[in-house]
Design a protein. Structure first.
Lengths: 262, 258
């Protein structure tokens, strides 16, 4: 399937989400071009995850419309893969079983699915761990399995909810670089939620800033024109990075302060 | 550590048995009411040598297994259904609580009336006990499914039956298995109490017969056979459980290597 480059991969039009009386996000308009890596930052509790769940189709918005490659979204978003913040692996399946599940659910044959899953585990550096259960793997390894589990289905859109938040700094930078390398291969559209501004700038083409909740909305939208391929550790030390960081932080800081004042 | 515990257990058992034996021999307690270990052992040996016990054992085992199987199948099915159908669950909730509050022993005479003195009435009694254990554990297991894992399965393309197979059932499995250990005990209780209150065969009948003629040795011998019988069944279930739940982390060993 060739996608028309002029049609945005993700388009939110006046989207609001309420949980009972609580308004999580209000009047959000957001676009991501096909192949664009968009990071969403904002203070804790600003409804960033809500946006991902809406794009994933896990929860329809209370108001507004979601379009995926121009088509209105109803039900689950079949073009999206979702990398969750918390552990999302099936603890009763081995690493291999976890990675091949999506293929089996799509009707792929057992043998073919196994073969592909093996290749993907090798690709994320886990060859030899096929028969390990999640509880036998470290945090970073579990994230790698989760990444393989999602990417094996070749989603056009990748939704990531602070996927590396629970990892230590070294593992985290390693995983960020690996993610960029994987993304560079076929340039999926990525919506990456994080509260870490440095991570957002290091990874993304664009950084979108949400205001403090409740009733969060988008208060800033910044282009990150740092050259690719990037190394997430090195790019942080460049003058351009610091300049963008200062610019976005001056906006984000106000929102963080407001969130804390509540 | 393990060997030490085993040694202490053996010593404790020896102490209790010898203490009992000698208390009777030197006349501290009356053998008429308490019998004594040597007599009980002799009685058990006699039962097995004459082959008299096998018929009773077999009947009790059969009743236990039937009650266990039927109660578990219905309990798990009902637990699945109600956990996944909130309306039905809300409607049936008071009925289930009411039924579960009935002391099962008082059902035994009715079941004897309905199903006769044979195997069926004991199985029915066991089923009423096993069903609720399996039901509540399955229900709880399904309710405690990790919502993130569930959302992940849906994003990977699972729906309906596939969610049941890949998420709900495996997730509830550890609950269901812990219920099986309890259930097998309840199935034995159902069978033995049923036999005790009216039967022509079985361990419960054996004990009740002995009691009828003030044969305390026979009562204690029946209890010992029954206890060993339950321990063996429980061991069998736990072996099956260990085989099927290999994915579960051992307590305190979560994390693995970096």
């Amino acid at each position: 399937m060739r996608v028309d480059a002029s049609v945005p991969a993700i388009q939110l039009l006046g989207v609001s989400q309420r949980f009972g009386d609580y308004v999580a996000i209000q009047g959000v308009n957001l676009e991501a071009r096909a192949g664009e890596f968009v990071a969403v930052v904002g203070p804790t509790g600003c409804g960033k995850s809500t946006v991902l769940n809406i794009v994933a189709g896990l929860r329809p918005p209370t108001e507004g419309e979601v379009r995926i490659f121009g088509e209105p979204l109803s039900g689950l978003n079949r073009l999206a893969g979702y990398l969750f913040q918390a552990d999302s692996l099936f603890p009763w399946k081995t690493a291999l079983g976890n990675v091949m599940l999506g293929l089996l659910l799509r009707g792929e044959g057992e043998a073919a699915a196994r073969e592909q899953a093996r290749a993907w585990l090798a690709k994320v550096g886990l060859a030899g761990f096929e028969n390990h259960y999640p509880h036998q793997l470290s945090g970073g390894m579990k994230k790698r399995v989760a990444i393989a589990q999602v990417l094996i289905l070749r989603p056009k859109i990748l939704l990531m909810d602070e996927p590396f938040g629970a990892l230590d700094v070294q593992t985290r930078q390693l995983m960020e670089n690996e993610l960029l390398a994987l993304w560079q291969e076929d340039k999926k559209t990525v919506l990456f939620v994080t509260h870490d501004l440095e991570e957002a700038i290091a990874l993304a083409d664009r950084v979108v800033v949400f205001s403090a909740g409740p009733a969060s909305r988008i208060v800033g939208d910044f282009k990150v024109e740092l050259p690719r391929p990037r190394d997430v550790a090195e790019v942080r030390l460049t003058e351009d990075f610091l300049k963008i960081h200062r610019e976005i932080w001056s906006l984000l800081r106000e929102e963080v302060m407001r969130a804390h004042a509540r | 550590m393990r060997a030490r515990v085993r040694t202490l257990q053996a010593l404790l058992l020896l102490f209790l048995v010898l203490g009992w034996e000698f208390s009777v021999r030197i006349g501290w307690v009356d053998a008429f009411f308490f019998s004594k270990p040597s007599d009980i052992a002799a009685r058990i040996a006699e039962w097995f040598r004459s082959g008299e016990i096998y018929g009773h054992l077999w009947i009790t085992l059969w009743e236990t297994l039937l009650a266990f199987a039927i109660g578990t199948v219905f309990g798990v099915a009902m637990g699945l259904w109600l956990a996944l159908a909130p309306t039905a669950s809300a409607v049936l909730d008071p009925f289930i609580k009411a039924m579960n509050s009935i002391p099962r022993v008082i059902l035994a005479p009715i079941f004897t009336l309905w199903f006769g003195l044979g195997v069926a009435s004991k199985v029915a009694l066991g089923v009423t006990l096993v069903f609720f254990v399996a039901f509540f554990n399955t229900y709880q297991g399904i309710k405690e499914v990790n919502p993130v894992v569930l959302a992940n399965a849906r994003m990977l393309g699972a729906s309906g039956r596939e969610l049941l197979r890949h998420v709900y059932l495996p997730s509830a499995a550890s609950w269901i298995f812990s219920s099986l250990r309890t259930s097998i005990g309840f199935a034995v209780i159902g069978a033995v109490v049923g036999e005790y209150l009216g039967a022509a065969k079985g361990l419960g009948y054996l004990i009740s017969q002995a009691e009828g003629v003030f044969d305390t040795t026979g009562v204690f011998a029946g209890m010992v056979v029954l206890a060993v019988f339950v321990v063996l069944l429980d061991w069998a279930v736990s072996r099956v459980e260990a085989r099927l739940l290999v994915w579960r982390p051992e307590p305190g060993r979560e994390g693995g290597t970096v």
